[in-house]
Design a protein around this ligand. Structure first.
Ligand SMILES: [Zn+2]
Length: 407
């Protein structure tokens, strides 16, 4: 699921992908816009042409254009249409046609999101065309990929998404392709949507902290927890495309309610939401004075950001809460290490800013809690490299390389 990063400024800028050593193309055959790439375990190459990627979250839609070097050369963002976040289409995602009209609704699932994406893509395309000197890449048909927060099947249909409930059942890629075909401003090759966290992992795998990784894990700690498994050098989609939903491993069946409908999912404890919960408990118990001051004096208003800020200044109470959060992170990682035996774990998302304050206690808890920890030896847990653009960059890469091992 989505793991939003901190809010950033609109406008063109270069993200962390810039200069990320893109000279090391890994010699895969190119497969421009082919959708699925088959084959076993070959590494991903860097992009060879301009592509656009869109990351659709519960609150915002981010679009980027990436250069053949993998640099972000333009970006646009719009709020996610409120209609998309409504619950109108809950339960729609059965086997019926994605564009089936629901009685009385007047719109199809995903229409509002698709309209917003098309508008964003056309604006992004205008930005790219207007850039001087003109890019040498072919701009008549640009590969476009879309990452969506939720369970996206191997056909690109959004099957389940608490954050985009009204788009559930829609094939957003197909809706966008249809609109672009009639719009005439940007001719995109048929495009497909993917899970957003898988896109993030692809970006880290091609351009970031997971480069060269063959067996590993990419975790994004934001409001929730996103995750993706890297197996044999590829992002593992699973039989239906739903693999890697690690945030919804249940770690306490009596725990807090999760937007997915279950109780005690890992992401309720080890994400930004989990940090806010831990912080309020501590604040109400009379601790966290500095964080409470930053929150305007009300313990009930303390958030994860206040605690992170206080901890960065060395506040002992705040550091203790971050350490508690790190324990929860380590607990989930221990479970995942037992299953996957990863060579390393890449951690990103909004909480990635907590850096070593969080990762150090997470590593400690992981070593303590995993089966045979001492005998296994340490599993490196490292910070992600690409920041909040990673999902959109990865969606663009997915359009270029078709790079998920699924279905
Ligand atoms: Zn859940």
């Amino acid at each position: 699921m989505s793991a939003p990063g901190p809010a950033g400024e609109a406008g063109s800028e270069t993200n962390g992908a810039a200069g990320a050593g893109t000279g090391e193309a890994q010699g895969t055959g190119e497969a421009h816009g082919t959708g699925e790439a088959h084959g076993t375990g070959e590494a991903h190459g860097t992009p060879r042409r301009i592509a656009y990627g869109v990351d659709v979250g519960g609150t915002k839609i981010l679009g980027v254009a990436i250069s053949p070097d993998g640099d972000t050369i333009a970006e646009r963002r719009v709020p996610t249409p409120r209609q998309a976040a409504a619950t109108a289409a809950r339960g729609h995602g059965g086997g019926t046609g994605p564009r089936e009209v629901r009685a009385g609704s007047g719109t199809h699932p995903g229409d509002a999101v698709a309209d917003a994406i098309v508008e964003l893509l056309e604006a992004l395309h205008d930005d790219v065309v207007a850039q001087a000197p003109a890019p040498t890449a072919d701009l008549t048909e640009v590969p476009v990929g879309i990452g969506v927060a939720g369970l996206v099947d191997t056909e690109g249909v959004l099957r389940f998404s608490p954050n985009l409930a009204a788009a559930s059942g829609a094939n957003i890629g197909k809706l966008v392709t249809e609109r672009l075909a009639t719009g005439g401003r940007l001719a995109a090759t048929p495009l497909r949507s993917h899970n957003d966290a898988n896109c993030t992992a692809l970006a880290e795998l091609v351009l970031g902290a997971a480069r060269g990784m063959r067996y590993g894990l990419v975790v994004t700690l934001g409001t929730g927890i996103g995750g993706a498994l890297v197996i044999g050098g590829r992002v593992h989609g699973g039989a239906r495309g739903f693999a890697g939903e690690i945030g919804h491993m249940v770690v306490d069946p009596t725990g807090p309610l999760c937007p997915c409908g279950h109780r005690g999912c890992w992401e309720r404890f080890a994400s930004g939401s989990g940090l806010t919960r831990l912080a309020r408990e501590a604040a109400v118990a009379g601790m966290l004075h500095e964080s409470v001051r930053l929150a305007g004096g009300d313990p009930e208003h303390v958030t994860g950001e206040h605690v992170t800020a206080a901890a960065a200044e060395g506040d002992v109470d705040a550091l203790r809460v971050i350490e508690d959060l790190g324990w929860w992170v380590g607990l989930g990682l221990a479970n995942l290490v037992a299953i996957l035996d990863p060579e390393r774990i890449v951690v990103g998302g909004g909480l990635g800013h907590a850096g070593e304050m969080l990762l150090e206690p997470a590593r400690r808890a992981l070593a303590e809690l995993v089966e045979g920890g001492a005998a296994r030896g340490p599993v490196p847990v490292v910070e992600a490299a690409l920041g909040e653009h990673a999902g959109a960059v990865g969606a663009a890469l997915a359009a270029l390389t078709g790079s998920f091992d699924d279905g």
